[in-house]
Design a protein around this ligand. Structure first.
Ligand SMILES: *Cc1c(COP(=O)(O)O)cnc(C)c1O
Length: 356
């Protein structure tokens, strides 16, 4: 029987980390993870059983994801050699940091933002440097560039629109950073389908730019499909460290189908955007809330008094949203994902019952 002191063997950098926490409350109504509230349209799942038989699950998947890349090329006009598929865009964030940073190097992101930027880099022994956003959750490009220089940053991440604040940063300020920064700029467009604002055309003119997209927020969260667009030289480097079968056959097949027949998903997105605007309007009527504008499928708001109390009350009533109170600039802030009309109505009704 071997019994070694395992803690002595784990790297110090890892011991001090904490695993990404996903709220695990047993709530019927899940408005906490920015997922699409609708299941896949029937016309996309109809012949799934037959298709399963054709998939040759005894064989390894296509390591180059050729069919999926072609479907992405058809939509984006970005050629296959400028594309890489990830097991979720999270994986691509990790690969990017892995190829551009050595242990001890710094990278930057505006803050508050998506928690994984910091978690992934720490796991690689890198130093995350958050840049504080202004009151409108935006920034000045020149000041940002100075910060990047001061930190000797090698990579910068922009969530565009930004999770959890919901807004797109000023495109002009982002452009300044792309052009002025001697390093890698990652535009994470996980919410592109809701904002319809993109920098993907710019990869042709700026070889330091990487644009990431994801299918997680538009209905395929379970399949883990993300993709990156960049100069083919960068794609080549990513392919050197990417595990060859990172994207499985079922995910490739289903993502390809969805992208080839996108109109039913587009209809869902339209409904979500209508509901988003209705939620924004209704929330804005509540005096004790500060509601922030949104270009995405979720809304950030601040409660005048006790955000924790509201969060818990909602859970007791079967409604899970995201509590952001732990972040110093998000005191009493909560983030709600746009759900179905019914879910949103239940959420609003419960808010109405609480003494805010
Ligand atoms: C949800 C999210 C992702 C993760 O997407 P996956 O493709 O599911 O890994 C990436 N970036 C941002 C900003 C997100 O909110």
């Amino acid at each position: 029987m071997a019994n070694i002191d395992l803690a002595n063997w784990v790297r110090e950098k890892i011991k001090s980390l904490k695993a990404y926490e996903v709220e695990d409350f047993d709530c019927e109504i899940k408005l906490h993870a920015n997922e699409n509230p609708f299941s896949l349209p029937e016309e996309l799942t109809r012949n799934f059983p037959e298709c399963f038989e054709d998939l040759q699950l005894n064989r390894y998947p296509d390591p180059d994801c050729r069919l999926l890349k072609q479907a992405i090329t058809d939509i984006t006009n970005i050629p296959p050699e400028a594309l890489v598929i990830g097991n979720g865009s999270d994986e691509l964030i990790q690969l990017i940091l892995q190829i551009f940073c050595d242990a001890g190097d710094s990278y930057v992101f505006p803050d508050p933002t998506f928690g994984m930027y910091s978690i992934i880099g720490k796991g690689l022994g890198l130093i995350p440097r958050p840049y504080p956003l202004d009151k409108k959750w935006d920034f000045d490009g020149d000041d940002f560039l100075q910060f990047l220089t001061g930190q000797s940053a090698r990579v910068v991440f922009f969530s565009y629109p930004n999770n959890p604040t919901g807004n797109c940063y000023s495109a002009v300020e982002i452009k300044k950073v792309i052009v002025g920064f001697r390093g890698i700029v990652v535009l994470d467009e996980a919410y592109f389908d809701f904002a319809q604002q993109s920098f993907c055309e710019d990869i042709k003119n700026h070889n330091n730019l990487i644009v990431l997209r994801s299918l997680s927020k538009i209905g395929l969260a379970a399949l883990r499909v993300g993709y990156g667009m960049a100069d083919p030289y960068i794609i080549e480097q990513i392919n050197k460290v990417r595990l060859p079968y990172n994207s499985n056959t079922i995910s490739q097949e289903f993502a390809t189908r969805v992208l080839q027949k996108f109109s039913p998903i587009q209809d869902q997105i339209k409904l979500i955007l209508q509901e988003r605007d209705r939620l924004l309007e209704e929330l804005s009527k509540l005096d004790s809330l500060t509601v922030f504008p949104s270009d995405s499928n979720f809304i950030l708001f601040r409660v005048a008094n006790d955000g924790e109390k509201l969060f818990k009350n909602l859970i007791e009533n079967g409604i899970l949203i995201r509590n952001l109170n732990n972040h110093p600039s998000l005191k009493n802030c909560l983030r709600v994902t746009v759900g179905t009309q019914k879910e949103n109505d239940l959420f609003l009704a419960q808010l109405g019952k609480i003494d805010l």
